[in-house]
Design a protein around this ligand. Structure first.
Ligand code: R1P
Length: 293
């Protein structure tokens, strides 16, 4: 029986990175992944060059409503950035290695930092719809079931076989984010918490939401963690936040049900504040991403 080609095959990753390098005039230092409904973050990019995922060799394609499926290269606060307007999820049928392929391609292009965003359901009883949660840690339920993107042959070109993840989210960037949240008017709507990935695509049962809460999870979604693990493996500096689009249901006495349409609408309501938050985060951290470093 023939063995399937490894999604992290270096030749394929290099082919994709070389293709992108030939289409852009300056290489990015910072990758911004736009979560569900947060694609308008890419509208902030100056002198944009957009490349559809379909055009890039070996790149996966987006299948979820609210994810455009293109890379937007350009500058933000004088930093060379690339936005992924659309990400990949395990529930779409992709393996966790396929989901995280873009991280390795960007590393080959010279990216040193990752700003990762997502839409998530709030579990912490203090959270409200429209709040922001800065990620201080995560809980990888996929990995508990063996679905870790680093499972399989380790490529030493990128990083070591065994890596720590207890400091996955950069503390300095978290502290900067605290101040910036106040500046953009998010003070009482901004929290620091633990994000958990579940496979989806169904939203949680009452029993599942209650269990997640007991385990110390503040917000739950279906993304982000695989990308963060692969970014840490290849030495990137990571900052992440969740936009709380709905509250997880922990009571049997309600008729309410979460749905993706409402989730997209709730992001819309705060998009300007979120954009300002991201612009100021890039501005405040720009010494980390200087192009001549
Ligand atoms: O994590 P992002 O891509 O922001 O999207 C979140 O929103 C979708 C569910 O409404 C799921 O895909 C979940 O992961």
């Amino acid at each position: 029986m023939s063995k399937a080609r490894d999604e992290f095959n270096l030749e394929d990753l290099r082919e994709a990175a070389d293709y992108l390098a030939n289409r852009i005039s300056s290489k990015p230092k910072l990758l911004i992944i736009c979560g569900t409904g947060l694609g308008s973050l890419a509208d902030l990019v100056e002198n944009p060059v957009s490349i559809n995922y379909e055009e890039i060799p070996h790149f996966p394609v987006s299948t979820v409503q609210g994810h455009h499926g293109r890379l937007v290269f350009g500058t933000l606060s004088h930093v060379n950035v690339v936005c992924m307007q659309g990400r990949f999820h395990y529930f779409e049928g992709y393996s966790v290695r396929e989901i995280t392929k873009p991280i390795r391609i960007m590393k080959l292009l010279g990216v040193e930092g990752l700003f990762i965003t997502n839409s998530a359901g709030g579990l912490n009883p203090q959270y409200k719809v429209g709040d922001v949660m800065i990620l201080k840690d995560h809980f990888n339920f996929l990995s508990f079931g063996g679905e870790n993107p680093l499972r399989g042959p380790n490529d030493d070109n990128f990083g070591d076989r065994f890596i720590p993840t207890n400091k996955a989210y950069n503390k300095k960037l978290i502290s900067i984010a605290r101040d910036i949240a106040k500046q953009v008017g998010l003070k009482s709507n901004c929290h620091e918490g633990v994000y958990a990935i579940v496979s989806g695509p169904n939203y949680e049962t009452v029993a599942e939401s209650r269990a997640l809460l007991m385990l110390g999870v503040d917000a739950v979604g279906m993304s982000t963690v695989p990308e963060v693990i692969v970014a840490k493996h290849c030495g990137m500096t990571v900052f992440g936040f969740s936009f709380i689009t709905n509250l997880c249901i922990t009571s049997y006495d309600t008729d309410h049900e979460p749905n993706h349409g409402n989730i997209l609408d709730s992001v819309e309501s705060r998009s300007v504040q979120i954009q300002n938050f991201v612009i100021k985060m890039v501005e405040a951290s720009k010494d980390l991403w200087k192009s001549d470093r």
